[in-house]
Write a protein that binds this ligand. Structure first.
Ligand code: TXA
Ligand code: MG
Length: 316
């Protein structure tokens, strides 16, 4: 299969829409990371997503839609869910909610669960595609399962060329970390994955704190496998002095000797946007392992540390 490189102009968005309508796979930009999109109602198309990623089939996918009306066709929103949606959508947040009656989604999207993860992305190219397609797009991050998520079209082509029909190029993702995943049910709100919306922002809207993700050994979000985001190199965290065989991925003004710095000014938003791209660049430096400076645990630091911990986890 030849993977087409599409731009974000309207005629290319039309081409992408036609591919999706025919059951094909199109990678597209969101403000978090690039997603690998397929029609969420078409089981064969969704099966191709799993195959292209080499993804374990038990892991459900996030359904992307253009607006709240569309979201309500697939999931049931209680008052709390509506309030959170009004605050954070469109944006880097996914909500796990009970499935609506007659949702029409492929069983492969929900992996047989009775709930579904829904997201309304803000990126203008994602919005243009979703409005034009006028249906739900199942879209995991557009990387081989377990590897580093893509934050530009070149990353997608490097990993998935020949395995997917097309990639829509919308430039670099400005958040750079996957969406925050919240589950909203009768017992309230729980955090399934730290991500692009800082948990403090959610707590500020709720007026109370929310429970942190459970023990990674028993993940609540089926895709939260311990080893994930893995570069080829070994990764060591919270390092102040790198070893001889390591290159340092720094953070903040004191890491002058770092090979790359996630944010020389110590800005966590900038660090999040740089994280996956810098990990890829450091990984390309053959024969070196990667040491990472400490990153504070506030704001987006929670999600950055979560991804780094998985990148450093022992692999099978
Ligand atoms: O920012 C993002 O969320 C990106 C962009 C493309 O939207 N997507 C993304 O998808 O990160 P993916 O498939 O790489 O991660 C989705 C996560 C997985 O950990 C999966 O287990 C969890 O969402 N998930 C999906 N449906 C779920 C459900 N019904 N209940 C609990 N977790 C769910
Ligand atoms: Mg992913």
């Amino acid at each position: 299969m030849q993977t087409q490189s599409l731009s974000s102009n309207p005629s290319d968005v039309d081409k992408a829409t036609a591919i999706l309508s025919a059951g094909g796979l199109v990678a597209f930009p969101t403000e978090t990371v690039y997603g690998l999109g397929a029609d969420a109602r078409n089981g064969q198309a969704v099966a191709r997503v799993y195959a292209a990623k080499g993804r374990p089939v038990f892991n459900p996918l996030i359904v992307h839609v253009a607006d709240l009306d569309a979201a309500q066709q697939y999931a049931v929103f209680d008052d709390l869910a509506l309030m959170i949606a009004a605050q954070f959508w469109p944006g880097p947040l996914s909500l796990v909610l009970p499935l609506a009656k007659n949702h029409g989604l492929s069983e492969l999207v929900t992996a047989g669960l009775d709930n579904v993860a829904i997201r309304i992305p803000q990126h203008p190219v994602a919005q243009a595609l979703l409005q034009r397609f006028d249906g739900p797009l199942a879209a995991p991050s557009a990387n081989p399962s377990g590897r580093i998520s893509p934050t530009n079209a070149a990353h997608v082509l490097g990993d998935m060329s020949g395995k997917i029909d097309a990639v829509l190029d919308g430039g670099a993702c400005n958040v750079g970390l996957e969406s925050t995943i919240l589950k909203v049910d009768g017992s309230g709100v729980s955090l399934l994955r730290a991500g692009g919306v800082p948990v403090e922002d959610v707590e500020a809207v709720l007026g109370h704190s929310i429970a942190m993700p459970s023990d990674p050994e028993t993940p609540q979000s089926p895709g939260q496998l311990q080893s994930h985001y893995a570069p080829d190199a070994q990764v060591r965290l919270n390092v102040s002095v790198p070893k001889d065989d390591e290159v340092l991925l720094g953070f903040g003004p004191n890491d002058k000797g770092a090979t790359l710095n996630l944010s020389p000014t110590g800005d966590l938003v900038e660090a999040a946007a740089n994280l996956f791209g810098h990990l890829r660049e450091m990984d390309a430096l053959a024969q070196h392992n990667i040491a990472v400076s400490p990153i504070p645990m506030s704001g987006l630091g929670l999600a950055i540390n979560d991804r780094l911990k998985r990148a450093a986890a022992p692999r099978d």
